[in-house]
Design a binder for this molecule. Structure first.
Ligand code: PGA
Length: 251
């Protein structure tokens, strides 16, 4: 049974009050595709307004602190995300692994805290260009999965893994279909090794330069259960065709 696809937008550091109309439009048009789960991960300060603008639509954060509360200036807890109206969060995005020096241990702790609080989690992994060129991509990414996924398998649909090759993010470059297939199958195998048959129901998203023009092809690859979309999620005109592709594609 193929899993229900998840198409999540990652707005990164984009989004002001004036963009709430776009959130509303994306939520409205997404209703035409009930066979796809759609979400937008917006800047933390926009979550509450986005959730009010689009009730019944999944709004998420882009990071969460591993602690429940405490002396962590500038950080955001899982309860704060929930309180603002979020139902999910991204953890371990490569931009944070790089700029905020987050490692697999941090990412695992964040994922465990978020899941225990009732948030769904999109946990990101991905190799850089050097690693890809040296032939170590699968080993590196499977190693990241191993070290950063929660110890216990969360309930169905709560956890998604996003495979995002760093060299494909925001560059317009996308791995060959066979490279995506090879990576997703290796991630699936490791999830099943770790979680048993429950690992079959963890969605594996592809991320990195997903556009309306390549979405159909990407969604037709085995074990691609959705996408994490950056630049093309900012406007309904770009994002909704990707949701539509997820609704029609069959691996
Ligand atoms: P992109 O970003 O779609 O703009 O390449 C993806 C991501 O970083 O999640």
């Amino acid at each position: 049974m193929p899993l229900k696809k998840l198409v999540a937008g990652n707005w990164k550091m984009h989004g002001l009050s004036s963009d709430l109309a776009e959130v509303r439009e994306i939520a409205k048009e997404s209703r035409d595709y009930p066979t796809v789960d759609v979400a937008l991960c917006v800047p933390a300060i926009l979550i509450e307004r986005a959730a009010r603008a689009a009730p019944d639509f999944a709004i998420g954060g882009q990071d969460v602190h591993e602690a429940e509360k405490g002396a962590h200036t500038g950080c955001i807890s899982a309860q704060m995300l929930l309180d603002a109206g979020a139902s999910l969060t991204i953890v371990g995005h490569s931009e944070r692994r790089d700029a905020q020096r987050e490692n697999d241990r941090d990412v695992k702790a964040k994922a465990e805290t978020a899941l225990a609080s009732g948030l769904n989690v999109i946990l990101c992994v991905g190799e850089n260009l050097d690693v890809r060129e040296q032939g170590g991509a699968v080993q590196t990414v499977v190693g990241q999965v191993d070290a950063s996924i929660p110890g216990e398998c969360p309930e169905q649909a709560q956890l998604a893994i996003a495979y995002e090759p760093i060299w494909a993010i925001g560059t317009g470059k996308v791995p060959a279909n066979r490279e995506i297939a090879e990576m997703h199958s290796a991630i699936r195998k490791r999830l099943v090794d770790r979680y048993g048959s429950a690992g079959e129901s963890v969605r594996i998203l592809y991320g990195g330069s997903v556009k309306p023009s390549n979405a159909n092809e990407i969604f037709s690859i085995a074990d691609v259960d959705g996408a994490l979309v950056g630049g093309a999620s900012l406007k309904a005109a770009d994002f909704i065709p990707i949701v539509a592709a997820a609704a029609t594609s069959t691996p």
